[in-house]
Design a protein around this ligand. Structure first.
Ligand code: CO
Length: 139
């Protein structure tokens, strides 16, 4: 069911410093910060040859990243995102096998404009998993 690794998301306590480190120290292609108010995050996308990194920083009062940074003040890996061809089919298969979909339980439009959903980390070895529907030939 799952396909390519789309991105690894890292919550960071200082977005400018983290972006500068990836651009300078690690020599990566780093984009400009983007606000995603629907998701409560400010994001910097880093393009690697085989995948992407998302640096996540809290945006707004009830950002899902704020609590994570309280528990992990130095930052840390927040979630990993796998691509799926059909998110509705993936969701049905996961729910049938007992996995819990977070939030409303339905897919919503994610940071890349594609439908996404998140799976409960307790069902997947402590790892928050995002599934993103990526049309064939994209990504
Ligand atoms: Co993500």
């Amino acid at each position: 069911m799952i396909g390519r690794l789309n991105h690894v998301a890292i919550a960071v306590p200082d977005l400018e410093a983290a972006a500068a480190q990836y651009r300078g120290t690690l020599g990566a292609r780093v984009g400009a910060p983007q606000d995603e108010p629907d998701h409560g995050v400010r994001v910097v996308f880093i393009e690697l040859p085989n995948t992407k990194i998302e640096l996540l920083y809290p945006l707004g009062a009830d950002s899902p990243i704020a609590g994570f940074l309280e528990r992990n003040p130095a930052g840390g890996i927040h979630h990993i995102c796998y691509e799926v061809a059909d998110i509705g089919a993936a969701r049905a298969q996961l729910v049938a096998s007992g996995a819990r979909v977070l939030g409303t339980g339905e897919a919503k439009i994610g940071a890349h404009g594609n439908p996404v959903l998140f799976l409960h980390p307790k069902d997947f070895n402590g790892c928050l998993i995002e599934l993103e529907q990526v049309p064939a030939g994209e990504g």
